[in-house]
Design a protein around this ligand. Sequence first.
Ligand code: P6P
Length: 343
Amino acid sequence: MRKGVGTTITEHILRQQRQNPEATGAFSTLLNELIVAAKVISREVNKAGLVDILGDTGKVNIQDEQVQKLDVFANNVIVRRMQHVGQLCCMGSEEVADLIEIPSQYPRGDYILLFDPLDGSSNIDVNVSIGTIFGIYRRPETSSDAEVMLDDVLQPGNRQVAAGYFIYGSSTIMVYTTGRGTGVHGFTLYPSVGEFLLSHENIRIPEKGKIYSVNEGNYAHWDEKTRALVDYFKAKDRDTGRPYTSRYVGSLVADFHRNLLKGGIFMYPADLKDPKKPTGKLRLMVEANPLAMVVREAGGYASDGHGPILDIQPEALHQRTPLYIGSKKDVETAEAFISGRGD
Ligand code: P6P
């Protein structure tokens, strides 16, 4: 007997909507449009290795088309698709310095979309998985009906109503959560069907892992506490299952996704390598906060080394933060070392 295609992402979103008495369908519309954008990005990312559409803006590919960098392309796909949905009052992108307004010809809504359109894009020409990361907030009640102010957007990550990512690798997978105990769920894109189908229902991250992910090439730029922490995961101690295995892809979504499924900790500590980035490389609003919501809903934890990522009150749209994220016990260990609270 021919099997059905299983649960589509659209069915899943509608099921979540029915479970939320306040839902109006606006959020479902928003998420479905973001999924269409991801399908377009997935197609281009997967083609990139074949038709030489890589490289910097300004080059011309074999079709004599103006080449866009893939992250610029991905940004434009998301902005153009999301601006007419009628559910957003503004957007914020890792690729764009200021808030992205909704053009006046389109209706506005009460949601705010923050995203990194193509994180890790430098890895695409070596065929390493890369991804789109997103977080969705509501416009604050206090926000006036006029234009959206930056302060309306600079909300702590614990105010996100949904968060997730798309990972473009050997397959394209979407992982998302709407919080409120609804769990974390993964969907795999079946190109033959053109739909994301449920493949990882109710993902739970192991409380303690056996993997640590960090760029040890930065060791010379770390402070003593950071070095002691990484040395801890490398030291031999049978009772605590050490040494951990080192796994570092150099693509945040790939490293995070592996640790989410298998357990472990990803670390991007503050380092002294670049005086302009004293708090590390990764961005709070479009990278750390969305993944922190996903990992919390999956039973894990995300810290800046001193406290929950999700509790940080942002002061700037592109502010950076140290990030320790993954299995709860491993991140708590990291916090003990970095904050100096542990022995
Ligand atoms: P490093 C990719 O450029 C990225 O933004 C993340 O995807 C990744 O985790 C990190 O930077 C890797 O940085 O300094 O180790 O190359």
